[in-house]
Design a protein around this ligand. Structure first.
Ligand SMILES: NC(=O)c1ccc[n+]([C@@H]2O[C@H](COP(=O)([O-])OP(=O)(O)OC[C@H]3O[C@@H](n4cnc5c(N)ncnc54)[C@H](OP(=O)(O)O)[C@@H]3O)[C@@H](O)[C@H]2O)c1
Length: 244
């Protein structure tokens, strides 16, 4: 989805790698996926899902500690670059990379990541990370802009706070729309998920109005707390610390 003067919708094929191994496996993995599964010549975007490496034996959740292995950023990124150079993908990027991890990646990168997909919403605004990405020409995409309520990894905090509720009431919008509009106004793209047709429509109705300076300022002062801890997905390992 791209929103400018109007709203454009374009089908893009974006693939994320999860069990990121070293260079060769990154290239072979995408080649295999394109040929055998997707039946395509290339994807639009190839992303590292997170700076973590799992053993091929890791199945399901939680992941036993011994199946979480050291992640070699330099080697994996070389593989990503080769995928782009070979024309297997139009662009390459990352997800869940902190400033520190991006810094490590950029030290050796010949092609910088086009994008960093991270959790971002009014309660986890990622100001410093966004600043770092801007300085380094990396586009930010916000996932879980509603806090991923109703999922194994999310919570309902976006729906509960008075600040967003009161702004929504005053504007005749929903709390969800206020949250999505705030994310959009930060100049990032956003991924919001719904299986419900009415909610999908509601989620798209954020482009013909704006937050006032006062409302934006109230939201910018909300207490911050990271929502996605990874524990519901991988188990109670200190994964959050490893990916930071
Ligand atoms: N790259 C990564 O590491 C990463 C990590 C997490 C998520 N993502 C991706 O980011 C996308 C969005 O993130 P997310 O699913 O975690 O969180 P999200 O979009 O913040 O929240 C999704 C939840 O919100 C509900 N919802 C959506 N619109 C609503 C509305 N108008 N009113 C009330 N509830 C509403 C959905 O339920 P209904 O379906 O019932 O409407 C669903 O339970 C997904 O495609 C996901 O795969 C990527």
């Amino acid at each position: 989805m791209a929103a400018g003067d109007g709203i454009g919708v374009r089908l893009q094929v974006v693939v994320e790698i999860d069990k990121a191994e070293a260079h060769g496996a990154v290239v072979a993995g995408l080649s295999w996926l394109l040929r055998r599964k997707l039946k395509l010549d290339y994807v639009d975007m190839y992303l590292i899902h997170m700076p973590l490496r799992f053993s091929p034996l890791a199945k399901g959740s939680p992941v036993p500690r011994e199946h979480i292995l050291p992640f070699d950023i330099k080697s994996v990124w070389e593989g990503m670059e080769e995928c782009q150079n070979l024309g297997l993908t139009k662009a390459i990027g990352v997800c869940n990379f902190s400033r520190k991890k991006l810094g490590e990646l950029l030290l050796n990168a010949k092609i910088p990541p086009a994008v960093n997909h991270v959790e971002m919403n009014p309660l986890w605004q990622q100001k410093e990370l966004r600043e770092f990405c801007k300085e380094n020409g990396i586009h930010v995409t916000a996932y879980s802009p509603l806090g991923a309520n109703g999922t194994a990894w999310g919570n309902n905090r976006i729906f509960e706070g008075d600040v967003l509720k009161n702004i929504a009431k005053a504007k005749g919008k929903t709390t969800v729309q206020v949250s999505l509009r705030w994310v959009y106004e930060q100049g990032v793209s956003l991924l919001v998920k719904s299986y419900n047709k009415e909610r999908m429509k509601q989620n798209l109705q954020i482009f013909d109005w704006s937050l006032t300076e006062k409302e934006a300022s109230e939201i910018s002062r909300l207490p911050q707390c990271m929502g996605l801890t990874f524990a519901p997905l991988f188990g109670a390992h200190d994964v959050t610390k490893w990916v930071r």
